[in-house]
Design a protein around this ligand. Structure first.
Ligand code: HEC
Length: 374
């Protein structure tokens, strides 16, 4: 609608209060700035993805990467083919590769739009033929127990495993006999070859490993003697969007505490990985060491939220561990003879997080960048 000059003046006269005498002039309340309208999938793609994945989606972007970005022209995604799986990949990134997560940089709407755009770059796909043997995580976490195929060839199968699939597209495999976290994977969830025989045939893990625990040691040990503590699985519990694994920690037969833990994807602007949250739910006593990794390979630093980060090296990349204990500034990882551990006072340290970031390389610049972001 357009107003003639006269009509505009008339409207102004109606709207503006008349200022008379020394009545204070009240500035009109600031009009809240409208959130920018979401950009189209293509706009987002050209702005944030094309440097690595190429303007046409052929995977040949201008960015120099040690590991090529993916071409989207042929369809077929190794971290899951569904829209939801792609959304999770774009939100959380892929640990250990240059693919960053965009949860902080893009709104949900824009992430969904860019996913649609990425799909549109590929061939027109026939409607997905659902594989009845594949179990995927929907809008609630999923827990399955059973026997699992070995994680690597030549290894023994995992006879009693607990696999937790979380909403962020990660899956967490625990050994039920000692509640050790054996592997964190990303992508599709699990395949069962025989749904009828309960636990008869081993389950096949889908997705790709984000990180595999290299330690055969139990997760917890005594701080004084390094002798391992026992963990006994009590239950797994779904609590809304979260899945908790609850277990008792025992020194011989003495119960030190009941703990629960859950995992979630975690990333900075550039780097991806995962975070485990721990809580003492019952009867904490004693000081214990929680094993994290092999020996540190660089100086520790403290992040903005108080997380103490310590780099380690795993082959040709950095794996950086972060420890943060609620209400404790001084808590940090400690180096022990066999590696890096977190020292915890179960009576006082009721909640803590352990974060693992898997960097794509082992360059000093990458650590410097993490220091800025973390
Ligand atoms: C810094 C470079 C970089 C940027 C920026 C980047 N990616 Fe990636 N992306 C990669 C690399 C490298 C991979 C392959 C990771 C691997 O080795 O599996 C990848 C993988 C992916 C995958 C997984 C494909 C699969 O097989 O499941 C998707 C989806 C994806 N990127 C989407 C995007 C989108 C959408 C954007 C922009 C919002 C984006 N990427 C920005 C580097 C990048």
């Amino acid at each position: 609608m357009r107003f003639s000059h006269g009509a505009a003046a008339f409207l102004t006269a109606l709207v503006l209060p008349s200022c008379s005498g020394d009545e204070p002039f009240e500035a009109p309340a600031p009009v809240p700035e409208k959130a920018a309208p979401p950009r189209s999938g293509k706009e987002v793609y050209m702005l944030l993805c094309a440097t690595c994945h190429g303007e046409t989606g052929d995977g040949k972007g201008v960015a120099q990467l040690d590991r090529p970005a993916r071409s989207f022209l042929d369809g077929g995604f190794s971290f899951g083919n569904t829209k939801e799986a792609l959304y999770r990949t774009v939100s959380n990134g892929i640990g250990g590769t240059p693919m960053p997560g965009f949860a902080a940089a893009l709104s949900e709407e824009e992430r969904r739009r860019v996913v649609d755009y990425v799909i549109s770059l590929g061939p027109e796909r026939p409607p997905e033929a659902g594989d009845a043997a594949i179990l995927e995580v929907g809008d609630r976490p999923v827990v399955v127990r059973g026997q699992f195929h070995p994680l690597a060839s030549g290894q023994a199968p995992i006879t009693r495993g607990v696999l937790v699939g979380t909403l962020d597209g990660l899956s967490w495999l625990y050994d039920a006999s000692d509640v050790r976290l054996l592997a964190v994977r990303q992508g599709s969830f699990v395949k069962r070859t025989d749904w009828s025989g309960r636990g008869g045939t081993p389950l096949e893990l889908l997705g790709k490993p984000v990180h595999r625990s290299t330690s055969a040691r139990p997760a917890f040990s005594r701080t004084d003697s390094s002798s391992p503590l026992r963990a006994r699985l009590r239950s797994t519990r779904l609590d809304g969007a979260h899945a908790w694994v609850r277990y008792e920690l025992l020194d011989d037969t003495t119960k030190l505490a009941t703990l629960r833990e859950r995992g979630e994807a975690f990333g900075t602007l550039t780097f991806s990985g995962y975070r485990r949250r721990f809580e003492v739910t019952d009867g904490g006593s004693g000081t214990v060491a929680m094993e994290l990794s092999a020996a540190p390979a660089g100086e520790s630093f403290v992040g903005k939220d108080g997380t103490h980060w310590t780099p380690t090296q795993d082959g040709d990349r950095w794996v950086v561990y972060g420890v943060r204990v609620d209400g404790r500034e001084d808590a940090s990882a400690i180096a022990r003879d066999h590696g890096l551990a977190a020292r915890l006072d179960l009576g006082r340290d009721l909640r803590w997080t352990v974060t693992t970031l898997v960097l794509p390389d082992a360059k000093p610049e990458s650590l410097a960048k993490l220091k800025e972001e973390a």
